[in-house]
Write a protein that binds this ligand. Structure first.
Ligand code: NAP
Length: 422
């Protein structure tokens, strides 16, 4: 049984800055805006957080799941947390505090800082996510996560670095292959890794890790080898279009064969593909968001001979065909293996099209897949596409006279609708 905490004690929610990969998932998920960030750390405001746990399952690293028993009057402020390089240890509470409850530490029921309501975190159901599932499909393989952290990164060797967009375009996207030699680094399609770029930021701190999705399947970029691949776009401007040099993307795109790279992870335990025979995949991506789609497609391709694959349907958005990563290899895939739909937004020959336009155009086939309980849907790429894709899926379902709210809820609860957008 969990006893309530003494009224003066707070089980403070904290984020481990050493493990956090600054992916913004927690800040997006928090339903009451208790999570914020500066240029260094993601932090939880003790005055707002009510311990609802919504942010915990979606966190790819587990860095979000840290708690300290503190006196409410001595809770770590947001400003203090911004300055941390590592989490503080547990502090002993004063003897005057009843330790019966406080000594239960990790198992103590969370006492909400605002209204004193108790929530048994351990038995909380999968948290509500506004768009996607917070659990993997039922047949997904069990992932390994957090095997290597900032203090103990794995070292990988670059065995390949190729540009996968046409040379005469602004989109400089690279396919980078990293080999782990005899260092165990087990991964699944849909997982990501963190890269530690060398050097320090303006404050002299080591750069924090940047997260990249795997573009290769679980058995390696080259089947049977201990390697994996990433899809990395060289960042040359900021969100306002001003010239800016992305620290990690430029580091990665400039790597030469035999260079070594520090890697942490793997991360992610929900954006995972189903393993059961006949599972269908609907993959919706833009630009470098194609990385996990390539990984899953290749996994399916390698088992064509088993004859157990379900249907693959891909919606892929890029500015032009020449800026669409992996265009050549993609076009070589048999049409009866994968149903490919390319949405080009800046093609001189045709009007602008986004992936959501194509979803509407292919409504009948999309609906057939949506109605099949073997179908899992993956959306990866630009943040802006999330709403557009959801609206398009809703329109397809509603036009057929069905209730999207119910289907959307089922897809989330069954771990069949996944988003990874930035
Ligand atoms: P991009 O080239 O900027 O855009 C790809 C396409 O998406 C373009 O045709 C673009 O059209 C279109 N688009 C823009 N807004 C859209 C919207 N609201 N709905 C649908 N389509 C829209 O893409 P990118 O630079 O490669 O960026 C891809 C994103 O994926 C990045 O945010 C990246 O962080 C993320 N990501 C990367 C990885 C990885 O491992 N590398 C993994 C996961 C996610 P217009 O620009 O012509 O309007």
């Amino acid at each position: 049984m969990n006893a309530p905490l003494p009224p003066e004690v707070l089980k403070q929610h904290l984020i481990d800055p050493e493990i956090c990969i600054r992916c913004n998932t927690c800040e997006e998920t928090c339903p009451i805006d208790a999570i914020t960030h500066d240029g260094t750390n993601y932090v939880v405001d003790p005055a707002i957080c009510n311990g609802c746990m919504a942010c915990v399952p979606p966190c790819p690293t587990g860095s979000i799941d840290n708690w300290r028993l503190v006196l409410k009057t001595e809770a770590y402020s947001v400003e203090e947390q911004f300055g941390w390089d590592e989490l503080p240890g547990e502090k002993a509470l004063p003897d005057t505090v009843s330790t019966d409850a406080a000594s239960q530490g990790e198992e103590a029921a969370f006492q909400a800082s605002s209204d004193g309501e108790d929530t048994d975190a351990a038995s909380a159901p999968a948290a509500f996510s506004p768009s996607g599932a917070t659990i993997p499909p039922w047949s997904a393989a069990h992932p390994y996560v957090n095997l290597y952290g900032h203090k103990t990164p794995a070292v990988a060797t670059v065995v390949g670095n190729y540009r996968v967009t046409d040379d005469d375009t602004d989109s400089d996207i690279h396919h980078i292959v990293l080999d782990f030699g005899n260092v165990p680094f087990p991964v699944l399609e849909g997982q990501s890794i963190g890269i530690l770029p060398p050097g320090t930021d303006a404050q002299g701190r080591p750069h924090h890790a940047r997260q990249y999705s795997l573009a290769s399947p679980r058995d390696g970029e080259r089947a049977g080898y201990n390697n994996l691949s990433l899809t990395v776009k060289r960042v040359t401007e900021d969100h306002q279009g001003q010239p800016a040099r992305g620290i990690c993307s430029n580091y990665l795109c400039d790597l030469a064969k035999n260079d070594t790279v520090q890697v942490i992870g793997p991360f992610g335990n929900t954006f995972l593909m189903p393993n059961h025979a006949q599972a269908n995949l609907m993959m919706i991506c833009t630009g470098t968001g194609s990385a996990p789609m390539r990984a899953m497609t290749e996994r399916y391709r390698r088992r064509i001979a088993r004859g157990t694959n379900g249907r693959l349907m891909l919606f892929f958005g890029a500015r032009t065909q020449r800026e669409l990563p992996y265009f050549g290899p993609l076009m070589k895939l048999p049409r009866d293996f994968i149903d490919i739909n390319l949405a080009l937004s800046r093609d001189a020959e045709q009007p602008r099209r986004y992936v959501q336009d194509l979803i509407r155009e292919r409504a009948a086939d999309v609906l057939t897949l949506l109605q099949d309980t073997n179908t899992c849907i993956y959306v990866c790429g630009l943040k802006g596409m999330e709403t557009g894709v959801l609206d398009a899926l809703r329109d397809v379902v509603v036009q057929s006279g069905q209730d999207w709210t119910i289907l959307h809820d089922v897809l989330r609860r069954e771990g069949r609708l996944h988003f990874e957008t930035y």
